[in-house]
Write a protein that binds this ligand. Structure first.
Ligand code: IPD
Ligand code: CA
Length: 273
């Protein structure tokens, strides 16, 4: 059995290996990219996504751990004698469009759980690969940004809050009206383009809330940030305020609101879904 503290070390090695392996590819992004088909999560696969996934798998194999990998790119991969002992839910690169367009906001996201469900995630890492900032969490031990413990903001004024909202959806006519009242009361709406990292910005208080009620985000993109938010002392629930009970699967979608506890309550009251 691999201990949670060992998992944290393994995840950090995964992230270091990803940074090593994608480095040469970063120089080729402006050149025409090969067509690699569609990933398990439903988006076209890029070479850089596959390189990052390969780095994760390689590192896990070096550690001789049994695992079931749940990846946005290759789907489900089982390895070792007891693959159902450890589930690793990964988005090798979250924010691929940012990365390929040269926007310095993209991350890798890895969550380790004992079952294929979100609420069993016990160890998590989200790493901002451009700035080399790593968010980690272990169940019951808080969350860290590099080596410092993090907490959400204490801001309680909606007017002053910085709120991330993902409105990337063709179903905008259905989603946007649900947020009208909220947006009318705020001055600082953002969307940065890598949701795993943007949720971690809630965990460390950089922003006050992040809302994705499209029902379009895959669990692979937010499983790690879910634990990081909770362990930091933030709230992350369904848009109605219930705990998130979702299966970890590349095709599983999730809608949620993450925020500091006070703003979370105010947002729920304001939008009342
Ligand atoms: C995407 C980012 C983006 C969100 C998309 C996701 P990907 O992740 O998190 O901010 O709007 O829905 O798919 O595709 O770059 O891993
Ligand atoms: Ca991705």
């Amino acid at each position: 059995m691999t201990k949670n503290s060992d998992w944290l070390k393994i995840l950090i090695q995964c992230k270091n290996n990803i940074q090593r392996q994608i480095k040469p590819l970063l120089k080729t992004l402006k050149k025409p990219q090969p067509n690699l088909g569609i990933g398990a999560g439903g988006d076209p696969i890029k070479q850089i996504d596959l390189a990052a996934e390969k780095a994760i798998i390689e590192t896990l194999k070096e550690h001789k751990v049994s695992f079931t990998l749940i990846s946005e790119e290759s789907g489900i991969i089982k390895h070792g004698e007891n693959p159902d002992e450890n589930f690793l839910t990964v988005d090798p690169i979250d924010g691929t469009t940012n990365l390929t367009r040269g926007i310095p906001f993209y991350a890798t996201s890895i969550a380790v759980s004992t079952k294929q469900v979100l609420n069993t995630v016990h160890t998590a890492l989200v790493a901002d690969l451009f700035h080399n900032i790593t968010y980690t969490a272990q169940k019951g031990k808080g969350s860290h940004r590099n080596n410092s413990k993090i907490h959400p903001s204490k801001n309680t004024a909606l007017e002053e809050a910085v709120i991330g909202v993902d409105l990337n959806t063709y179903k905008i006519k259905k989603v946007a009206p649900k947020l009208t009242k909220l947006i009318q009361k705020t001055k600082h709406i953002r969307h940065l383009g890598a949701n795993a990292l943007e949720i971690c910005y809630v965990a460390d208080g950089t922003i006050d809330a992040f809302i994705d009620i499209r029902g379009k985000l895959r669990t692979t993109d937010m499983a790690a940030a879910w634990l990081i938010t909770k362990e930091a002392g933030g709230k992350i629930t369904s848009p109605e305020g219930s705990p998130l009970k979702v299966r970890l699967d590349p095709k599983q979608k999730v809608a949620f609101i993450a925020a500091n506890p006070k703003i979370h309550k105010i947002i729920l009251e304001t939008i009342k879904l």
